[in-house]
Design a protein around this ligand. Structure first.
Ligand SMILES: [Zn+2]
Length: 176
């Protein structure tokens, strides 16, 4: 094994470990948000599988009908069907940007490491990782938006436009 191949393998191993740690962190974050969501009575709204299906279809997490994306990089401000406001806070675009950026950097490094491992030319080592970065960033942008929106819904950032009578009775009960 050449030195280049050793470097490439260690880069790939580092990406794999970082990816695993990211998955564990995401699992814990979503698990905590899910418990919170259920304690607010959200389990009556939609099952976890329904929410994942809505995220994959890029539909509103609340009603599952209105589209989240207006175009590849632009969100609809609110659901066209139920009126729920998707991102009420100014800074919410940061979440998907971090997801896109991390995925693009990982794709670039992994592509470069593979090219180095199989002794591709210097031009290929510059050109192909750049292409991989752009392709990955464009490919996952719509879904980083929709999954982030579902996550915000779980944490209670996104609420139905008009609360149903059962929701009102739950939130008003401790007041008396
Ligand atoms: Zn909706």
């Amino acid at each position: 094994m050449t030195t280049n191949q050793q470097i490439a393998l260690s880069i790939l191993a580092a990406i794999a470990i970082l990816g695993l740690l990211t998955l564990i962190a995401a699992y814990l974050m979503i698990g905590m948000a899910w418990q919170d969501f259920q304690s607010r009575g959200g389990s009556s709204a939609a099952s976890g599988y329904a929410l994942i299906a809505r995220a994959l279809a890029r539909k509103c997490p609340i009603c599952g009908r209105g589209a989240i994306s207006a175009s590849l990089f632009h969100m609809n401000p609110a659901c066209s069907k139920c009126g729920a406001v998707f991102w009420s806070n100014e800074g919410e675009w940061m979440g998907p940007v971090v997801i896109n950026y991390s995925a693009a950097v990982a794709a670039a490094l992994a592509t470069w490491a593979l090219l180095m491992m199989f002794d591709f030319s210097g031009i290929a080592q510059i050109l192909l990782p750049s292409i991989a970065t752009v392709v990955i960033a464009f490919a996952i942008a719509p879904w980083s938006h929709s999954f982030w929106t579902v996550f915000l819904y779980l944490t209670g950032e996104i609420r139905p436009n008009e609360p149903s009578p059962s929701d009102v009775s739950v939130t008003q009960a401790p007041e008396e």
